[in-house]
Write a protein that binds this ligand. Structure first.
Ligand code: PLP
Length: 430
């Protein structure tokens, strides 16, 4: 595969941009080799500057559930740009999207738009603290909630990939208020709450973590957290930045039928534009300024182009709910194909799958938390990633990410992916 142009762009990028990238995992550090510079994308394909084409299973890290350049979203963006790019004042579109979100996610009675998932989680925790008057919150090892200071403690995603789940620059004072629990371990959370009785404002988690690979909730875990929060007056926050509108129109909370107090959203909600949001119970959301005392603001929040893209995306999902069955079927075909191959090759690697998300873990342990995720052979994953890339399949460049499907992936692509997986495994294990 020729990647001369990407190589020279990467050299130049490193002169002006830290590590040559604007988000660390893009640098391919975890998988070796130079990152590819992408020129354009369409449907299920990414095209790099050297003219290589790849079927892709990242979809911009989740947002593009309909694939690239979906006509409904493209048209909405083009139309919106004709009216101006930003007003810093209320627009009718903001009401339409908020109304639609509250229909799709019934636990969200009121919603505030921000510009990223990071902003959404930071704001939600601030709100929970302001509302309860307590300082501490609980997060789970290997869960990723963006790069807000108080979340960069045993964080998943790029933070594990870069070997820095705890970032320098986060003060000890900040870290003291973040309590850590092992994922999927209800008893450990109960003990932590007991040890900090009356001091915990919130429990935040990815109800279905995708940031240490895809991990499914153990039976009773989410329900147990709900009960614990009710009993102790703790705000339960589901971080559905990744799972929201992806696992179901109402996200993981719909799939598992557990209702959080607050939900954070991002990715799909912006239709590929930079958007995040947080919302939940009316009485809590009214604590946000200007109705309440908890301050949160944004120059570009509710940006008209982002709202148009997000609305077009959500409306399409809302009006075509069969998309979710279709995605689950596609996921089933790929995962089924991968499992057949693993069996034939006598490999015991662990796989998880839910709807349009799945992971292949290079470990024979069942992956249920951060500890088991860390048992993966990340070097082998790096080789596998490169082998898949050379066969025209672009995966997330890290073992600790989920694969994301889009509706643009059809049977012919599934066949290509399954074959590439078999050939790549044979190559790396040779
Ligand atoms: N929360 C979760 C669950 C995420 O997966 C991410 C990003 O991957 C974030 C928060 C942060 O979102 P953003 O990268 O838009 O700041």
């Amino acid at each position: 595969m020729k990647i001369d142009i990407s190589k020279s762009l990467f050299e130049k990028a490193q002169q002006f941009i830290p590590g040559g990238v604007n988000s660390p995992v893009r640098a391919f550090k975890a998988v070796g080799g130079d990152p590819l510079f992408i020129k354009k994308a369409d449907g299920p394909y990414l095209y790099d500057e050297d003219g290589n084409a790849f079927i892709e299973l990242i979809n911009s890290w989740g947002p593009l559930i309909l694939g690239h350049n979906h006509p409904a979203i493209k048209e909405a963006i083009l139309k919106a740009t004709e009216l101006g790019t930003s007003f810093g004042a209320p627009t009718a579109k903001e009401i339409e999207i908020a109304d639609l979100i509250t229909q799709m996610v019934p636990s969200v009675e009121k919603v505030r738009m921000v510009n990223s998932g990071t902003e959404a989680t930071m704001s939600a925790v601030r709100l929970a603290r302001g509302y309860t008057g307590k300082d501490k919150f609980i997060k789970f090892e290997g869960n990723y909630h963006g790069h807000g200071d108080s979340f960069l403690i045993a964080a998943g995603s790029g933070a594990i990939t870069m070997g820095m789940p705890n970032s320098p620059g986060v003060t000890q004072g900040t870290a003291r208020d973040t309590l850590l629990a092992p994922h999927n371990d209800l008893k450990a959370v109960e003990e932590l709450v007991e040890a900090n009785k009356g001091e915990v404002a919130a429990i935040i988690l990815e109800p279905v973590p995708g940031n240490m690979g895809l991990i499914l909730p153990k039976k009773g875990f989410l329900e147990g957290l709900r009960k614990l929060c009710d009993r102790e007056g703790i705000i339960l926050i589901f971080d559905e930045v990744m799972t929201g509108f992806r696992l179901a129109p109402g996200g993981a909370q719909e799939v598992f039928d557990v209702t959080p107090d607050l939900t954070t959203m991002g990715k799909i909600i912006g239709g590929g534009m930079p958007v995040g949001a947080y919302g939940g119970k009316k009485e809590i959301m009214e604590f946000v300024s200007p109705t309440g005392p908890v301050y949160q603001a944004g120059t570009l929040s509710g940006n008209p182009i982002a709202m148009a893209a997000g609305y077009a995306m959500l409306k399409h999902l809302h009006d075509n709910p069969s998309i979710y069955q279709e995605l689950d079927k596609t996921g089933g075909k790929i995962v089924g194909g991968f499992k057949d191959t693993l069996q034939r090759l006598g490999l015991n690697y662990s796989m998880t799958h839910l709807g349009s998300m799945f992971s292949l873990f290079f470990t024979d342990k069942e992956v249920v938390d951060f500890e088991t995720a860390k048992s993966c052979d990340t070097q082998l994953f790096g080789k596998y990633f490169q082998a898949m890339l050379s066969r025209g399949v672009y995966l997330a460049p890290s073992q600790f990410e989920s694969f994301f499907l889009s509706t643009a992936i059809k049977d012919e692509h599934v066949q290509h992916i399954v074959q590439a997986n078999e050939d790549s495994l044979k190559e790396v294990l040779d």
